[in-house]
Design a protein around this ligand. Sequence first.
Ligand code: ATP
Ligand code: MG
Length: 575
Amino acid sequence: MRMSELLLPTLFEEPREAESISHRLMLRAGLIRMLAAGIYSFLPLGNRVLLKVIRIIREEMDRIGAQELLMPALHPKELWMETGRWELYGQDMFKFKDRKDREFGLGPTHEEVITDIVRKIVRSYRGLPKILYQIQTKFRDEPRPRFGIMRGREFIMKDAYSFGRSDEEAGASYENVYTAYCRIFERLGLDYRAVEADPGLIGGSSSHEFMVMAESGEDLTVICDSCGYAANLEQAEVGERRGENKEELRVLELKETPGMKTVEEVSNFLGVSSERLIKTLLYKADGRVIAVLVPGDREVNETKLRRLLGCSCLEMADVKTIEEVSGCEVGFSGPIGLEGVLIIADESIKEGNNFVVGANRTDAHYLNANLDRDFKVGIFGDVKIAEEKDPCSRCQGSLKICRGIELGHVFKLGTQYSEAMHALFMDEEGRERPIIMGCYGIGVTRLIAAIIEQSHDEKGIIWPMSVAPYKILILPVNITDNFQKDLSEELYKELLDQDIEVLIDDRDESAGRKFNDADLIGIPLRLFIGKKAKETGKIEISYRTGEKFFEEREEISEKIKGLIDISAKTPTDYL
Ligand code: ATP
Ligand code: MG
């Protein structure tokens, strides 16, 4: 391709609207343009990257025997009513009426549609297992579309769904997709991590998210560098501290704390550090009131709490309930004398003593409250949000919290959708059973942003060879110099004849502008044709990453071919 003809609007200046490195570089390198908030066009260079990413995903999904299909973006409301998700998805789904007043939504995900297809086609165990996937545009009216294509309202996803007869079969599909995802991310040159995610009520470690660590990431991941444990913050387990922080038991004492409701107010007023305080939070778990105790300086992790209790609905108790149950204003609830309420405490409560707790009396707290002596705990569990330097639950290492971008998600669904939608199959004994499902997603367009987040320098993008829009750029430094021009054109033709994806900067622009653009658009290999080529007869081959060497004119195409082949085999090693 000739740069003089390419629709490539590179920007010298920083685009003001850009919120992250990848967003900025995608705009500056002329890969994308915005149409409306969270809605983007891919320009020719960006589109070439997109097609390459899609190709890699396709190859790896096909390798595990998954079959590609294509489903509609327009979904009738009735289908989503079957699973109750029309309401649940709420405003995140674009909804509207057709000319006959029938309601439709633009698909944010396709569990309902795929389950409808499968239930109408697959009736017997002979038709299973199956993994079906598509690469298709999704629509989500995200409350905060951000960072360009990273969080769009219209974006491309690869979504896959597996259908199996048994838990083992479902597990095997999960493993297969997991492996395919690892290969995809490796081929894209990404430094990624699979982290445990909240599997909801299904339990076990049946959900993983694939993350790349990046400052602009919106997700928090908890990592233990000692043993490699990684989980998202929602899910992350916290180990127990060795050693205790106990004093000699003191006498329980009631203390007036007028108007002191927050941990900060109480700890300042009493001169007690916040970890000596116990926060007592009242919740409703499937309608039943429970109390949750965590140290004053920590927060309750509702995901872990829900799982510990095995409840489907968990919400903070309302003011009226709190006042009724604890017999005081909000802010003074405590575990002592909390009749008929199940008390759940974080494990760390065992580590201390002589706590300050609410007295279940307005404007009063107890000092020196002690476990067993003054209050009883029904269930101990790990129910607090992990924090930096907490002990790892697996190895007693120390936890670290990092920002990350979610690239993909693998999830065992069980029979949630097949039961709701009656997707049944006849087993070998002639019994009807619900199909066991899994769902798996990769944010195809988001991947491109993630690659750039991880692979760039201050001058621009550094594409991994596997997805580079062109593999090599020929840059005649001075196009008005006939020697440089002719040699460049000759090499361009030679490489094209060998089916090498080559770009030539045949524009009559200043050398500075051309070099800047070359660095910005990040083509991995370049041939800069300048004065030296004429003087020495040798041609400089340089990598975008800086490394360079000289080659005889006659050897150039063979050499370039070799370099591209090597990097195709070892995409992450090409640097
Ligand atoms: P997030 O927590 O980032 O909103 P999600 O849990 O809603 O993601 P899934 O429904 O699991 O995402 O979708 C599968 C993949 O699609 C995600 O892992 C992510 O890479 C991508 N994705 C989700 N929402 C968006 C979006 N608004 N823009 C671009 N990609 C997205
Ligand atoms: Mg989301």
